[in-house]
Design a binder for this molecule. Structure first.
Ligand code: GLA
Length: 502
């Protein structure tokens, strides 16, 4: 949700203007799974979905939050932090407050409206995103709190481990803190040294949410950690990170078979991460894809954290032309898979998943094409004093879109997603006219895409200087309503906030 929309909601809830915007992204991990808590290597990238807080510092020790995702309030005092049972969304914020205070910071509270478009519980790390966005909000509200991204990540991990009670590793918080546009991040989880690695050209990372519940994820995750710790102890090393594949092979018989399988995955996965970095540097997408697929097989057969739904996505992906590799991402047991797809083939790949996956599993997939985003940050937020709230004025004539027009029920040929504005696709209508269409307009029938509403590229004709009500803003586009109550989407850059006419 656009910061201006959040600011308007903040004004409604708290009766004042927000002064800061804090944000942190979700993530996918390209390769290096279940290696972080073995002090090994990971290669995640931050995605373009994030948690945002618009807020205003308070002079006392209250934190008051309003979540737009849950349409729910939460309030707590920094001097009396109590975890809810079971933990809810606000406990990630309380946990961060707890960890900062444990580190010796005397904090003031803040009021904030919170909204995230990182899917919750899908393995894209919405929890690290809310933790890191909350740390940014505390930094914005307390000038003496000035943390390096690594320290912020460590504190967020501590919040999750010790306050919320989830024994995660450091990967999610590190990438939420340090993501870079266009890059994945190689992280050494022992030293926290990190290097940005440019994403290869000509390919897209497509995220497929299996829509399957993450069964037994927490207990199985903790069990895997314990197995790795036991294996390292039996092999006489501080962590599995300390063995090369050759050293491990020479000593694997000293482990019981189950622990040997777990350790084999971790040791080889670390080596695969380093090989993947080399492949990316050489723009060798075939090699990178092959390593990703090998990682999946290892997680499926040796580490046993995949699921039938994740395996189905990977199988469909690998049988699609010009898909270079695919694997589950994150902890596993459900959640998301990723595929490395030729940019020109993304539309075909998505259509195949949307067609095949429900037929195989009875589940509905959700798909995201994500660019690599930057990490957590905060910035002062100063809405113009004239109370813009929902009002805006059209400052520039929206650029004329190519004249694609089609009627409800017409077939539409979806070409590729628009890399500039997610959720918009370049499409052709049946007369061959090309234009960009927001995905909410079409639905899939077999391999065809059918319009569910009439669509004309120039949806809402407006003239410069016309007053409009800003309903919602989304990925560079704003849904506005004109004086006659007609709604349509215009590019956000065509609008400037201003006072309503009297
Ligand atoms: C979860 C944890 C991470 C990491 C992955 C598996 O996402 O939060 O720390 O262990 O699983 O790689």
């Amino acid at each position: 949700m656009h910061p201006q929309t959040l600011a308007a909601r903040f004004y409604e809830v708290f009766g004042a203007h927000p002064t800061f915007l804090a944000r942190a992204p979700g993530r996918v991990n390209l390769i290096g799974e279940h290696t972080d808590y073995n002090e090994g290597f990971v290669l995640p990238m931050a995605i373009d979905r994030e948690v945002r807080l618009v807020g205003r510092p308070r002079a006392d020790d209250w934190v008051r939050l309003y979540s737009l995702n849950f349409e729910a309030h939460a309030a707590f005092r920094l001097s009396a932090l109590q975890r809810d049972n079971p933990p809810g969304w606000a406990d990630y914020c309380k946990g961060v407050a707890w960890a900062l205070q444990q580190a010796g910071y005397a904090l003031h509270g803040f009021d904030a409206v919170v909204h995230g478009d990182v899917p919750i519980g899908s393995g894209l790390s919405s929890s690290a995103a809310i933790e890191m966005a909350t740390i940014m909000a505390f930094q914005a509200s307390n000038p003496e709190v000035c943390l390096s991204p690594e320290t912020a990540a460590r504190l967020a991990q501590r919040a999750e481990n010790e306050f919320v009670g989830v024994r995660c590793g450091i990967m999610d918080q590190m990438i939420a803190a340090l993501g870079q546009v266009g890059h994945a991040l190689l992280i050494d989880c022992r030293t926290l040294e990190h290097t940005a690695v440019p994403l290869p050209k000509g390919v897209a990372v497509v995220v497929v949410d299996t829509g399957a519940p993450r069964a037994l994820a927490a207990s199985a995750y903790n069990e895997r950690r314990a197995q790795c710790e036991a294996a390292a102890q039996m092999l006489g090393v501080p962590a599995l990170r300390d063995l090369t594949p050759e050293e491990f092979e020479a000593r694997r018989t000293s482990l019981p078979p189950l622990l040997a399988r777990r350790a084999e995955h971790v040791v080889n996965e670390n080596a695969r991460v380093l090989a993947a970095v080399e492949a990316m540097r050489a723009n060798d997408i075939h090699r990178l894809g092959a390593l990703m697929s090998e990682s999946h097989m290892s997680l499926r057969d040796l580490y046993e954290v995949s699921s039938p739904a994740l395996d189905a996505v990977v199988e469909i992906a690998l049988s699609t032309p010009r898909v270079y590799g695919a694997r589950m991402t994150g902890a596993g047991f459900g959640g998301c898979a990723i595929a490395l797809v030729d940019e020109a083939q993304v539309g075909v790949f998505i259509a195949r998943i949307q067609y095949e996956y429900p037929r195989r599993t009875g589940l509905t997939p959700r798909l995201y094409v994500s660019a690599a985003n930057e990490g957590a940050r905060w910035q002062p937020f100063t809405p113009p004093s004239s109370i813009p709230t929902h009002r805006a004025i059209l400052a520039h004539q929206p650029p004329a879109e190519p004249p694609l027009c089609a009627e409800r029920g017409d077939s539409i040929f979806r070409e590729i997603p628009d890399p500039e504005t997610p959720h918009w696709w370049w499409c052709r209508d049946k007369r061959g006219r090309r234009g960009r269409v927001h995905e909410r307009f079409f639905e899939e029938e077999d391999y065809r895409f059918v319009l569910r509403e009439d669509f004309c590229a120039q949806e809402l004709p407006l003239s410069v200087g016309e007053w409009v009500m800003l309903i919602e803003a989304y990925d560079g586009w704003a849904l506005v309503e004109n004086a006659h109550g007609e709604r349509g989407w215009v590019p956000e850059r065509a609008l400037v906030p201003a006072t309503p006419p009297r």
